[in-house]
Design a protein around this ligand. Structure first.
Ligand code: HEC
Length: 352
């Protein structure tokens, strides 16, 4: 196993697995992110419907289709449902609910100290409401609720002039609704709010289970295609590796082993192109050069052997010569003495 992992094929295999896993996680993550994005876009469009309805209701109020006088009469007659039907936020909420039918969506209008206890904010809603209160420029907020496995999309609700009828100053309750108790026509206590005040938020909760299932399914299909492509690529790479690198290199190794054991005639492989081809060429050059070096060494040693025989003969001659030279020297030195004696003789002659 370790041998396989440290081989070229093993290394390529490991690298490919790493790349494949990285690609697959990236793909899975992006599909999931798209699912969340799609959910938030859907939520956004529903909120836009709701806001459009709210604005439409506000326009109806300003056109006098609903009037405060009429409300007062409905209140007196106890027609709360009529009043509620004309409440902009209620109409908006109902239309959002209608638009979200079948999409596993939940519509909420969370608010601190709400009229409707269902609107009491949970921790996520409370923190978003606080953010909206702190930053009036914040127009929307998107939260991925991991516990609910849902996308929660928020838009702040700010009061307009027409909302003051019911959410404005309680001192006006008598003027608007004919009661001195600070209650609006629906019987709730008016909150003494002003135009532009933050009054809760619109919220769409989109469950992600279904879209995640769909995303996982399509990611699964995508991954099958991805792995098929990677598998094809790998087999192509392995084929090229075997043909172009692994086989020629192991042939080279076998040849080198024979060569190193003294078989100088071994034939080095040929026929591969590319880097391994260059290696094969270099091997053959090395073989030719080594052979010629060894051959010339051979020649030199033969010459050397001849030379040493000659040397031995010369030495013998020399030895013999030396003996005769010694004799000659003795003769020569005797002759020289005689000669000197003869040449110097006149002087002796003078003396004698
Ligand atoms: C005719 C009276 C009336 C008017 C006008 C009115 N509301 Fe309300 N509002 C109500 C009532 C009643 C409720 C409680 C509804 C319920 O029980 O779910 C309510 C609830 C709300 C809520 C949900 C939070 C809560 O307290 O439960 C928001 C948000 C809201 N109104 C915003 C507005 C805005 C914005 C306007 C102006 C565009 C407006 N309302 C105009 C009567 C009114």
């Amino acid at each position: 196993m370790r041998k396989f992992l440290s081989s070229i094929v093993g290394q390529v295999f490991i690298q490919s697995i790493v790349v494949a896993v990285a690609l697959a996680s990236l793909y899975y993550w992006s599909v999931q992110r798209d699912a969340r994005k799609q959910a938030s876009e859907q939520a956004n469009s529903i909120i836009q419907v709701a806001e459009a309805v709210r604005n439409d209701m506000a326009t109806k109020w300003s056109l006098g289709i609903f009037s405060q006088q009429e409300m007062k009469e409905w209140a007196a007659q106890g027609k709360k449902d009529h009043i509620l039907a004309s409440v902009p936020i209620v109409a908006a909420w109902k239309s959002a609910l209608g638009a979200s039918q079948g999409d596993k969506l939940k519509v909420k209008t969370p608010k601190f100290n709400p009229r409707n206890p269902d609107n009491e904010p949970d921790p996520i809603e409370a923190s978003v409401l606080k953010e909206f209160a702190a930053d009036p420029t914040l127009k929307e907020k998107y939260v991925h609720d991991k516990d609910l496995n849902a996308v929660r999309f928020f838009r702040p609700i700010r009061l307009t002039n027409d909302c003051m009828l019911c959410h404005g100053s309680p001192t006006l309750s008598e003027q608007y609704w004919g009661n001195k108790d600070g209650l609006d026509g629906t019987g709730y206590r008016m909150e003494n709010l002003k135009e532009g005040d933050l009054h809760g938020a619109f919220e769409i909760i989109k469950d992600l289970t279904d879209s995640q299932k769909a995303a996982t399914y399509s990611a699964g299909q995508g991954l099958i295609v991805l792995f098929a492509i990677i598998g094809l690529m790998l087999s192509g790479i392995f084929w090229v590796l075997r043909k172009k690198i692994i086989r020629p290199i192991s042939q080279c190794v076998q040849a080198i082993e024979k060569f190193s054991q003294g078989d100088l005639t071994v034939s080095f492989p040929t026929g591969t192109t590319g880097e391994v081809g260059v290696l094969q060429g270099a091997m053959r050059t090395m073989q030719t050069k080594l052979r010629s070096i060894l051959q010339s060494i051979d020649r030199y040693s033969e010459n050397l052997a001849g030379a040493s025989v000659e040397l031995a003969t010369t030495a013998k001659h020399l030895h013999e010569n030396a003996a005769s030279t010694k004799q000659t020297t003795a003769t020569v030195s005797a002759a020289t003495v005689c000669n000197r004696w003869l040449t110097q003789r006149p002087r002796f002659k003078n003396r004698y």
